[in-house]
Ligand binder design. Structure first.
Ligand SMILES: Cc1cc2nc3c(=O)[nH]c(=O)nc-3n(C[C@H](O)[C@H](O)[C@H](O)COP(=O)(O)OP(=O)(O)OC[C@H]3O[C@@H](n4cnc5c(N)ncnc54)[C@H](O)[C@@H]3O)c2cc1C
Length: 452
């Protein structure tokens, strides 16, 4: 691994000057910003990356303490650098992921300025480009790339009760079990975050109620191949859009403790109480939709479909991968499934805290350009927005399923950087009269030899 102390960061344009000019400004230095910078550098596009905190900040302070990458080290990385201190099948701890992106940025001397927040981006009225207000002055840029992340604003649904006796946090604020008061906990949402947090709390001895909605839950691994591999060879990472009706289906996977399939029946057998979607809170009572069985059945269907597709792929390609019939074994239905809990008195159940693992929204209030639809959703084609000169990277489904994940954003950034380089080529074109005028001008003021 690159020694972080050995490579000096490059010098950047002087941000203390009143106005700085740059061809392309990238906002955000998570994995998306770092990938953008690499591709822009390769194409010779002058650019600057502004990051309000530190490189890969989300991986440092925006996640719980024990989080490891959901994909193995051989997969969850950029093509240009391996995690050379980890086994390929290991799951990198979150701090290691952050260090990885920092090392990656140093590898090509990425022009990243940390500690600078972009406050607003406005299109210039009387000349090309954009005026960007930052916490350290004004920048003029011909193009801006919003790489501020797919998960900017934690979302807690309006049903959350106003009850001072409960500690309520979003999964983005969860750090470890010690943070919570004594007593039981309700975790709302069973995607990767909710499922992992619920299991961690259960292992710490807490009674956990987990509210499970629609989800996909691929096997962690099957027939000696991780699910990341299966999604790759089966073309699922490259799917351009979610299947109709599956737009809001979360994916429950985990790399915790070496990686294990998320199996809600196993968690129930270990004492977790599963409930359906959380419906409402009223006078200290929480109610749930009667959809737990249907949600688990859909998750099982997704799980089994991947096993079937994997078996078919192995047969079609004559691969020599060991059979794994035990992957199809299921735990018996737990009582919370056969006799679903539809209401729960919070005090009686001893619930003292609620963790809302209910996802995130984007926040582009600072990007005051014509690149959004009526609902504020970015309008773009593979990251090239409807406002010329404005680009997005890192968004879910930007071009495919993999777009918001580590390996996927690298490919999207390549496309966006290519588009920027092509636009620069168009703008560099001069017609014969302009070329002649430029030749005449340079002949009129020949460069004087300089003695040094
Ligand atoms: C709990 C969790 C686990 C995940 N695990 C994995 C995984 O294992 N593998 C995987 O591939 N993906 C994973 N993801 C998905 C994805 O890889 C991460 O969310 C990743 O952090 C997204 O990278 P990004 O660069 O797009 O955004 P971010 O990492 O969020 O980076 C955006 C950056 O922009 C900066 N910024 C924002 N606004 C401004 C502004 N106005 N001015 C200047 N800077 C600004 C922020 O400080 C931040 O550093 C996970 C996501 C979550 C929530």
């Amino acid at each position: 691994m690159t020694d972080l102390n050995q490579t000096a960061l490059p010098k950047y344009p002087d941000m203390t000057a009143k106005t700085t000019e740059i061809d392309t400004l990238v906002i955000g230095a998570g994995q998306a910003g770092v990938a953008m910078s690499e591709h822009l550098s390769k194409l010779g596009v002058p650019h600057l990356v502004l990051e309000r905190q530190r490189i890969a900040e989300a991986w440092r302070s925006g996640r719980w303490d024990s989080l490891v990458a959901n994909g193995p080290a051989w997969h969850d990385r950029f093509p240009g650098l391996e995690f050379d201190d980890l086994e390929p099948d290991a799951f990198a701890p979150k701090e290691r992921v952050a260090a990885y992106f920092e090392a990656y940025a140093r590898k090509f001397n990425a022009p990243i300025r940390t500690g600078v927040e972009v406050k607003s981006v406005v299109r210039n009225a009387d000349r090309p480009g954009f005026t960007i207000e930052t916490s350290e002055g004004v920048i003029q840029a011909n193009r801006v790339v919003a790489a501020t992340g797919p998960f900017q604003r934690p979302v807690i649904p309006p049903i959350a009760p106003q009850d001072q006796r409960l500690l309520q946090i979003h999964s983005a604020e969860y750090r470890n079990p010690q943070q919570l008061p004594e007593g039981a906990v309700l975790v709302v949402g069973a995607g990767s975050s909710g499922a992992q947090i619920a299991e961690e709390l259960q292992r710490a001895g807490k009674q956990v109620y987990l509210s499970v909605g629609a989800h996909d839950r691929p096997p962690r691994a099957y027939r000696n191949r991780d699910f990341c591999w299966w999604l790759g060879v089966l073309g699922e990472w490259d799917a351009e859009a979610a299947q109709p009706g599956k737009e809001h289906v979360t994916i429950a996977v985990s790399g915790a403790r070496g990686g294990q399939t998320v199996d809600f029946r196993r968690l129930a057998q270990q004492g977790m109480q599963l409930v359906g979607l959380t419906k409402a809170f009223k006078e200290g009572v929480v109610s749930f939709q009667p959809d737990l069985a249907a949600n688990l059945a859909r998750g099982d269907e997704n799980y089994l479909a991947l096993l079937d597709a994997a078996d078919a792929y192995i047969a079609r390609n004559g691969l020599d991968l060991p059979l794994e019939p035990e992957a199809r074994a299921t735990f018996p239905d737990p009582e919370c499934l056969t006799t679903p809990i539809l209401e729960l008195d919070l005090a009686e159940a001893g619930i003292r805290s609620i963790i809302w693992a209910t996802g995130f929204a984007v926040d582009y209030s600072w990007l005051q350009v014509d690149a959004f639809d009526a609902k504020g959703k970015p309008q773009h084609q593979r990251g090239v927005s409807s406002e010329p000169g404005v680009y997005f990277v890192g968004l879910p489904w930007l071009s495919r399923r993999g777009s918001s994940f580590i390996w996927g954003v690298w490919h999207d950034a390549k496309h966006v950087a290519g588009h920027i380089a092509t636009q620069r080529t168009y703008l560099a074109y001069r017609d014969p009269a302009q070329r002649q005028a430029e030749t005449d001008a340079s002949n009129a003021s020949p460069i004087q030899p300089v003695s040094i």
